[in-house]
Design a protein. Structure first.
Length: 236
């Protein structure tokens, strides 16, 4: 689990600060009552304002505004999809390589705070371009994914969400058969290949219109360990 006291500043100017959020910390207060990341941020940066969030178990780049005007401008950039985000993740199985693939699967709310594809799993159509489902239900949800490295039983991907739905990358990868390792909400806790000590999803790089540079968070050291995992050989 992460510790909010280990806050790392990736970039800072008069308008915003980019932080490297650890895995295992909620951005805002949750039912556990544990310390949350935003309370720690406000102690270090007076007047800090949220413009977006990361899931509790997702690590990586998180942008915080320093004043109301910056918050308004940044929030608009996120809402109008002018902010480009790149995530790294380790998934179960061997993901197809050679090209960027498009996961075009509309999402809708499911049970118990989960989200799901707006259709049946067997209706998803794989192709050389990616995965698609024909439906007039749900909200448009598009993720682009590309193989970065291949491991014995897992793959490391670079994912770019083109829309900003809750749990979008996690749901999309799970529904096409490549659940993120350590994702016990959308993956299988009984699968040794998919099980892991943390959610292997990391907000690696972000580009926003206000800056002429991208901001990156170092890849967690345990991602290499997760990728190199190999299922034990079952000798009979």
């Amino acid at each position: 689990m992460g510790d909010a006291s280990l806050m790392k500043v990736l970039f800072e100017n008069s308008e915003l600060v980019a932080l490297d959020k650890p895995s295992g910390i909620s951005v805002l207060r949750d039912r556990s009552g544990a310390s949350n990341f935003f309370d720690q941020i406000k102690q270090q940066f007076r007047g800090a304002r949220l413009v977006h969030r990361l899931d509790k178990f997702t690590s990586g780049v998180m942008i915080v505004a320093k004043n109301r005007a910056s918050q308004s401008e940044l929030s608009k950039a996120f809402a109008t999809r002018k902010v480009t985000k790149h995530y790294l993740c380790v998934v179960a199985g061997h993901f197809p390589g050679g090209r960027t693939l498009k996961i075009d699967l509309p999402l809708k709310a499911g049970r118990k705070s989960r989200y799901r594809v707006a259709g049946l799993r067997e209706e998803i159509r794989p192709s050389v371009e990616g995965w698609l489902i024909q439906t007039d239900q749900g909200l448009e949800s598009v993720t682009e994914a590309r193989l970065f490295r291949q491991g014995p039983d897992r793959s490391m991907l670079v994912c770019q969400p083109k829309t900003g739905r809750t749990h979008q990358i996690r749901v999309h990868l799970s529904w096409i058969g490549h659940a993120i390792v350590g994702d016990h909400l959308y993956g299988s806790t009984n699968s040794p290949v998919q099980s892991w000590k943390r959610l292997a999803l990391h907000a690696h790089k972000i580009c926003i219109p206000q800056l002429s540079k991208s901001i990156s968070a170092p890849v967690p050291q345990d991602f290499a360990e997760a990728l190199d995992y190999s299922s034990p050989v079952n000798l009979r």
